[in-house]
Design a binder for this molecule. Structure first.
Ligand code: SF4
Ligand code: SF4
Length: 332
């Protein structure tokens, strides 16, 4: 089974109940950014650049819990910034766990060993390590030569403590397929429970030379087909077909809303045209038709990031065949 049975059951109940209430748009995964601060300086990172003015702002634990309650998403992805530099991270995880949320703690791993004694493995917590290549590449992308060594040590430590461990790999224009294949081989050997992979988004603050266009993406992801069969990927089969250019998928940015110290980011995790005080306002005041593949906003044209398009597949894709494909995949 790809995901914990409790998580799948909770997500399914949540989707069915929202549809029964006639809700057209609702949250599946809250992207919670309690802090913008990070102990790395990755070259493809939009966050640490676009919020330079607000880098010292943090969300209180109360503010984080209110966001989780308001949007009602059964899954909370704690990201940022680096969540382990957030001073109240342990309290936040404990409180979200008490609320029955499934939590992805997205970390670069640098501080993990230092903090892990305070973290208790539980059925709701998944540690998601960010790793973009082997030693030299990951060191170059993160601007820290020891970043790879640190994250590998953290993965080993997390596995030995009994945590559910997954990894998230962002691919850039210069990412070599052979290197990524070797990376998955190594991570599989360490017992990593699942892999996530996503193309990088072309943040205006970063520079377009780092990012692949859709054609380059399709070629890149097609070359990973044997890996998709061999290893446990947490990306859905519909999303993997989409990034290989084999199918259309809509974007559902409202299903993975981002709450950070400035507010609810509109329209999506990648773009910040506005911020709102509540999720309700985000839903009501964002002109959703302007965005996504059919929306005509030029910034969406080459976007294929998993947090925009995966929710569409979690919502069932577009047909009965898609739903059957997802059920088969979950049980594989
Ligand atoms: S570790 Fe994450 S938040 Fe920190 S700089 Fe890198 S991409 Fe940005
Ligand atoms: S396609 Fe969707 S996720 Fe991507 S930038 Fe546009 S609105 Fe955001």
């Amino acid at each position: 089974m790809r995901f914990k049975p409790g998580l799948t059951a909770k997500l399914t109940r949540h989707i069915v109940s929202n549809r029964a209430k006639g809700n057209k748009r609702f949250a599946l995964v809250l992207m919670l950014e309690p802090t913008f601060k990070c102990n790395l300086l990755c070259e493809g990172c939009g966050r640490i650049r676009e919020y330079k003015q607000d880098i010292d702002k943090v969300l209180s634990v109360k503010g984080c819990l209110e966001a989780a309650d308001e949007c009602g998403a059964p899954i909370v992805s704690i990201c940022g910034g680096e969540p382990l530099v957030y001073p109240y991270i342990i309290e936040l995880i404990d409180e979200l766990t008490k609320k029955g949320k499934y939590i992805y703690l997205c970390t670069n791993g640098i501080l993990f060993k230092e903090k892990m004694d305070m973290l208790k493995p539980n059925g709701n917590l998944m540690i998601n390590f960010h790793i973009d290549g082997l030693e030299k590449t990951h060191g170059a992308i993160t601007g820290f030569a020891c970043a790879y060594k640190k994250v590998i040590e953290a993965i080993k430590a997390a596995k030995s403590r009994g945590f559910f461990v997954c990894t998230n790999t962002t691919v850039y224009k210069k990412t070599e397929p052979e290197e990524i294949k070797e990376l998955f081989r190594e991570l599989h050997g360490l017992g990593v429970d699942g892999f996530l992979v996503s193309p990088a988004y072309e943040y205006v603050h970063v520079g377009e030379e780092f990012f692949m266009n859709k054609k380059e993406l399709a070629d890149f992801f097609k070359s990973l087909q044997p890996e998709f069969k061999r290893y446990r990927f947490l990306n859905s089969p519909l999303y993997l077909e989409f990034v290989q250019g084999e199918r259309r998928l809509d974007c559902s940015p409202w299903a993975n809303p981002t709450r950070n110290p400035v507010g609810w980011r509109s329209p999506c995790y990648q773009m910040a045209d506005r911020h709102f005080a509540t999720y309700k306002e985000l839903l009501e005041k964002t002109d959703w038709d302007k965005y996504g593949p059919a929306g005509g906003d030029p910034r969406c044209k080459e976007c294929a990031v998993h947090c925009g398009f995966e929710p569409t597949s979690a919502l069932g894709g577009g047909s009965f065949g898609d739903i059957m494909k997802l059920i088969k995949w979950q049980f594989s």
